[in-house]
Every structure is written in structure tokens, then in C-alpha cells.
Design a protein around this ligand. Structure first.
Ligand code: ATP
Ligand code: MG
Length: 241
């Protein structure tokens, strides 16, 4: 089933593959008004092969979302080098970073990040519009993805009329819309029941099986963490296994 989904729904040619990640000496934190910075990540090294699938665990506040934000090009590391595929994220300018996010990354945000004025379908379509997918393909693919996450009947709902778990599944459909080479999922099953959680994990895994997408999943859930090739643990800003 997962394999069938991958070929039908990822909609990419066979030569699209995952990206390798090389992070060396990444240190990152946040400024605090009138005080020294909060240092969240401390000299992190991370090497992932193309197509590798890993879970990142660690207590709340350990820096999982921060690390995903760096990998996804939402922020630039304050120190260290970060290569994803051919891109050196530590040196890309704003436009190049935006292109990287659009063309390479699928991001499932911890708090979904859906646009409130757009329906579920339009939220998924928008990701494809940004990537210049022809208009006539967007709607069909968005419907296919919403169907895959069990939300055909909610396609025309605004986010305010979706449950938390439904919003999370729309966010997952959106993350897969452009057949990303790197899928970053921040607590992707945090709001889901066991059945929906299994469906979503199959869907994410199918994306990897279908075209070798590299996957990094941040999670507190032991069952979700155990599902991938490798587990990394963030502890006090240090990444271990
Ligand atoms: N924009 C910000 N400004 C200041 N501090 C921040 C900011 N974003 C995150 N932090 C702090 O950085 C630390 C790491 O946050 P992060 O969201 O990466 O943790 P997390 O491991 O994802 O936690 P959770 O499991 O609760 O989602 C936290 O202590 C948080 O308070
Ligand atoms: Mg988080």
C-alpha cells in the first residue's frame, strides 16, 4: 500500500533523490533583551546520507525545533557550516535560501502553520503555486494528497473549522506537495490518534521509499522514534545517539 502510494502520489521522476546532510560545529541560540544569548545548540555535528531516515528526540526545550529550522533554511546557523545536498546553508543569501526551502524541503511545522484564510485544499495548492507547478495540476494533486491523509471530506474547510489532528494532516499533505528531497517533520503525530498516526507514518515512509527522500522527524513518541533507521538524542544542546 505504502509503495503504491509512493509511485502514485509523490509524482516525481525516478531521478529525484534525497539529499545528504553535513552539519559541522553548529552553534545556535536566540538573543535575549539585555542579557546574554540563550545558547540552544552547542557545536553540533550531524551527518546523514541521502535517503537516510532519522528521529530526533530530547526533552521539551532541548532544541529539536531549532535544529529543524536550521536544516529547513528557516534560520541560518550563528556558527558552523551546514551543507544540504549541493547547498551551503550557512552562506546562502535570502533569495537562495527561499529557493532552497521551496525546491528541496517539505516542512511539517509543530504548530501546523496553515494560512487561516485559505481552505485545506488551498493551503496544499499554495505550496505548489510557490514552486510554479502548473495551475491545472495543483488541484488534482492537492485532492490526492488530502485523500491520502483521510481528509477528502474536509478539503473546503478553513483551518478554524478543522480539528487539531485534521490540521496536522493538512500540514503533512502540504509538506509532501512538492515531492521534497528533504522532509522535516516536527512532532508530526502529536495530535493524532493511533490509527491516524499509523497512516501518517506510512505516508512519510512511502515518500522515502518512493524516491529516497531524506527524513528527519522530531518526536517525543517512542513508537514514532523507533520507526526510523536511526535515533539521535538532543541533550542540553548536544547531539548524541
Ligand atoms: N525565538 C526564540 N527566542 C528565544 N528563545 C527561543 C526562541 N525559540 C526557542 N527558544 C528557546 O530555545 C529552546 C529550544 O526551543 P525548541 O523549540 O527548539 O525546543 P524543542 O526541543 O523543539 O521543544 P518541544 O519538545 O517543547 O517542542 C527553548 O528553551 C526555547 O525557550
Ligand atoms: Mg519543538
Amino acid at each position: 500500500m505504502a509503495g503504491e502510494f509512493a509511485t502514485e502520489t509523490t509524482g516525481v521522476s525516478a531521478d529525484v533523490t534525497g539529499v545528504a546532510i553535513q552539519a559541522r560545529g553548529i552553534t545556535h541560540g536566540y538573543p535575549r533583551h539585555g542579557q546574554s544569548d540563550v545558547v540552544v545548540l552547542k557545536t553540533i555535528d550531524l551527518m546523514l546520507e541521502a535517503g537516510e531516515r532519522v528521529a530526533i528526540t530530547g526533552r521539551s526545550g532541548a532544541g529539536k525545533t531549532t535544529l529543524l529550522a536550521l536544516l529547513g533554511g528557516l534560520e541560518r546557523p550563528q556558527h558552523g557550516s551546514l551543507r544540504v545536498g549541493a547547498d551551503d546553508l550557512s552562506t546562502l543569501d535570502g533569495d537562495a535560501l527561499a529557493a532552497y526551502r521551496c525546491n528541496t524541503v517539505g516542512f511539517v511545522f509543530q504548530h501546523f502553520g496553515l494560512l487561516g484564510s485559505l481552505t485545506a485544499l488551498e493551503n496544499v495548492e499554495l505550496a505548489m503555486a510557490v514552486a510554479s507547478t502548473p495551475r491545472r495540476q495543483r488541484s488534482a494533486r492537492a485532492r490526492e494528497l488530502l485523500d491520502a491523509v483521510g481528509l477528502s471530506a474536509r478539503a473546503d474547510h478553513l483551518p478554524s473549522a478543522l480539528s487539531g489532528g485534521e490540521s496536522q494532516r493538512v500540514a503533512i499533505a502540504r509538506a509532501l506537495a512538492n515531492a521534497p528531497r528533504l522532509l522535516l517533520a516536527d512532532e508530526p503525530t502529536g495530535n493524532l490518534d493511533d490509527e491516524s498516526s499509523a497512516l501518517v507514518l506510512d505516508l512519510l515512509a512511502a515518500s522515502a521509499d518512493g524516491h529516497g527522500c531524506t527524513i528527519v522527524v522530531a518526536t517525543h513518541d517512542e513508537a514514532v522514534a523507533g520507526r526510523w533507521d536511526r535515533r539521535l538524542v538532543l541533550d542540553d544542546g548536544v547531539l548524541g545517539s
